[in-house]
Design a protein around this ligand. Structure first.
Ligand code: C2G
Length: 445
């Protein structure tokens, strides 16, 4: 019996895939099809699958062509599969010509001509496209623009900025470049807001009223009443209103939360997050548009505290140090939380430097994320007995911005909420910003 194997993502299964499976099957008597797992696809840059692994497997099975379907989970698995199943022939489409020649040591390798004129990307693209506008003066938008290029279904259309000095040529060359936010709105389906936090409310409101989806760099608003008003407006207009905190979309961070929920370090007693940077590294052009320290770092530092311990703290104390005589900007802010059965702290600084780590203490051990934890691809769980310590590594592409954009596009297309940041958490972040602005529970040093 001649055994043949092939692999693929098989997202939105189409005629090209079916033709390939049929021809591969004709090469032998028994066909094994390896369908790529979502995680494996993520690591090889395929982030836009429309269907889940289960749906893709079901579609391959439904063709009735495969005798066996397996899951491809890691790089190098093909060799293990060929040995395990005593495979005689490996076959794949001609877009991979030469790439799998290393398998010739284990079996025959055949590249079959691809069916021309059809691909999953084209199907996805023709089905859905979200034209996106950016707003703000920050050079962070350059990163967002770069990531937009690799996310299928997002078409970067324009920018609204009062000053384009910090923006890349790619952004300055977009079809729409304007200083008028309403003009930008008239050209797009959605906006990414990275303007000063004080103008978020007005911009989000204008966008939602125009029926546009909004991805806004946290903090969303500087008051809870504004937060509530905008949430209601988003619902009324069937628009997505999502906070942008890139760390929430880093695979390592997502997995860390799951491990904690599974009780890996026991009951959680303390969460301590530090985020700092030195402002001197910024050029003068950048300094003009810099956010206050608490806006820049607060939402990111608060994220693990609120996601791990929840929003039901009993008490918060805020200590802040001003950066200037007018007392307009903070250079360092610490928040301490008391929960019924735990405590937490965040330390944020801009112009004050510390170790940017995240430490979560539990009754069985602790979880440690080294600096800079907000761009994490790695963490450790540590115990009294060092033999039990474990290290976890994950791939981080585009600092999390890429997956954040994918999530936003999915939500906009489906109308369903897939966000990694629960509304209640976004709301409490706004409440804490409001306390800061109004000086409630704040001590100045
Ligand atoms: N294919 C084809 N004709 C098309 C489109 C795809 O013959 N018009 C083939 C591809 O060449 C591949 C298979 O269908 O052999 C599955 O395609 P994808 O789902 O795009 O998977 P791919 O990323 O090519 O995965 O480990 C993964 C595999 O190496 C290939």
């Amino acid at each position: 019996m001649v055994k043949v194997i092939t692999y693929g993502t098989f997202d939105v299964l189409h005629y090209g895939h079916i033709r390939l499976l049929e021809r591969v099957k004709e090469l032998g008597d028994y066909l094994i099809v390896g369908v790529t797992s979502d995680d494996y696809d993520k690591t090889r840059g395929k982030i836009n699958n429309q269907q889940s692994l289960m749906e893709r497997i079901a579609a391959v099975e439904a063709t009735g062509i495969a005798d066996k379907v397996i899951v491809e989970e890691y790089e190098g698995q093909k060799i293990a599969d060929i040995r395990k199943y005593h495979v005689d022939i490996f076959a794949v489409g001609s877009d991979w010509t030469g790439y799998f020649d290393y398998l010739k040591e284990y079996c025959k390798v055949i590249y079959l001509p691809r069916t021309v004129g059809i691909s999953s990307s084209e199907i996805r693209h023709s089905q859905r496209s979200l034209s996106l506008g950016l707003t703000g003066e920050s050079n962070f938008l350059n990163k967002v623009a770069t990531e937009c290029r690799v996310v299928n279904g997002i078409n970067l259309k324009g920018i609204c900025a009062q000053d384009t000095e910090l923006l890349s040529y790619e952004i300055r060359d977009l079809p729409v470049v304007t200083k008028n936010f309403n003009e930008l709105l008239s050209y797009v389906d959605a906006v990414y807001i990275r303007s000063q936090p004080a103008v978020h409310y007005e911009q989000i409101k204008a966008a939602l009223k125009a029926g546009k989806h909004v991805l806004c760099e946290a903090p969303r608003t500087l008051s809870v009443s504004q937060w509530d008003e905008l949430a209601a407006l988003a619902e009324e207009n069937n628009a997505v209103l999502m906070d942008a905190i890139k760390t929430a979309y880093a695979t390592a961070y997502e997995r860390l939360l799951l491990l904690l929920k599974a009780g890996k370090i026991g009951d959680i007693i303390s969460v301590d997050a530090t985020c700092t940077s030195l402002a001197h590294s910024l050029g003068s052009g950048e300094k003009k548009y810099e956010w206050d320290n608490i806006y820049e770092w607060g939402p990111t530092a608060l994220l693990p505290v609120l996601q791990i311990l929840g929003t039901g703290y009993k008490e918060v104390k805020i200590v802040t140090r001003h950066a200037d005589k007018e007392k307009k900007h903070d250079s360092f802010t610490k928040m301490e939380f008391i929960y019924p059965e735990a405590v937490a702290s965040i330390k944020t600084g801009n112009g004050v430097k510390s170790e940017g780590e995240l430490v979560i203490s539990g009754t069985k051990g602790y979880l440690y994320v080294p600096a800079p934890w907000w761009k994490t691809d790695y963490f450790e769980t540590r115990y009294e007995n060092p033999e039990m310590n474990r290290r976890y590594f994950y791939q981080l592409d585009g600092e999390g911005i890429r997956y954040e954009l994918v999530t936003f596009a999915k939500a906009a297309f489906s109308g369903e909420n897939f966000y990694n940041i629960a509304p209640e958490i976004s709301r409490v972040i706004s409440r804490l910003m409001e306390k800061f602005v109004c000086g409630i529970d704040v001590v100045e040093i």
